[in-house]
Design a protein around this ligand. Sequence first.
Ligand SMILES: Nc1ncnc2c1ncn2[C@@H]1O[C@H](COP(=O)(O)OP(=O)(O)OP(=O)(O)O)[C@@H](O)[C@H]1O
Ligand SMILES: O=C(O)c1ccc[n+]([C@@H]2O[C@H](COP(=O)([O-])O)[C@@H](O)[C@H]2O)c1
Length: 199
Amino acid sequence: MTGSDRRPRIGVMGGTFDPIHHGHLVAASEVAQSLDLDEVVFVPTGQPSYKTVVTTAEHRYLMTVIATASNPRFTVSRVDIDRPKATFTIDTLRDIRRERPDADLFFITGADAIAQILSWKDVDELWELAHFVAVSRPGHVLSVTGLPEQDVSLLEVPALAISSTDCRSRVRRGFPVWYLVPDGVVQYISKHHLYRSVE
Ligand SMILES: Nc1ncnc2c1ncn2[C@@H]1O[C@H](COP(=O)(O)OP(=O)(O)OP(=O)(O)O)[C@@H](O)[C@H]1O
Ligand SMILES: O=C(O)c1ccc[n+]([C@@H]2O[C@H](COP(=O)([O-])O)[C@@H](O)[C@H]2O)c1
């Protein structure tokens, strides 16, 4: 196959991104490098069915745009936040596939998320839509026991013990989040007074 007839390889990184932090960005960057991806599409969730999210989708979307703006291979999709119902990955992948029928899709998840995947909606169909890449995450065991071997890969990424929960808690308690999230996201959080009150 020549370079020109190679199918585009697109990573899809779904997340609540409340807020997006350097753990997400390093994971996406490492998978892109390791799997020779042409693009990574970040997809902020709309309203997840499984947890309550207070921060509006528009704030989470804009923080994701700010955080990814400097990387020419990173883009952000509104498919989940514009869908007027609870977010499920099966819908995310169907929508991205409809937009990019020529591409091979790689869904990127952390060790905590992949551990739950057998409980996700329409899990048997998920494997037909994308290859899954599970990345390591401090505090979580990276295991794919019970998952279809040909559909899931494991990747060790630099360990960043950062979570959105901890970032929100730090802001609420008056601690800095500089260097945990991109500078523009620090400023966005401050400008819009996010995470000041108890969740
Ligand atoms: N530090 C990290 N290293 C590797 N993967 C991560 C890291 N933080 C999050 N991820 C992965 O990124 C995806 C989106 O995560 P999410 O937006 O829920 O962030 P989070 O930090 O886990 O948020 P919260 O603390 O609110 O649950 C998930 O697949 C998650 O496993
Ligand atoms: O489809 C599902 O049933 C499902 C259940 C839980 C999580 N997900 C997806 O997993 C990704 C990470 O979720 P979270 O809660 O860790 O931000 C995000 O894209 C979610 O939509 C998907």
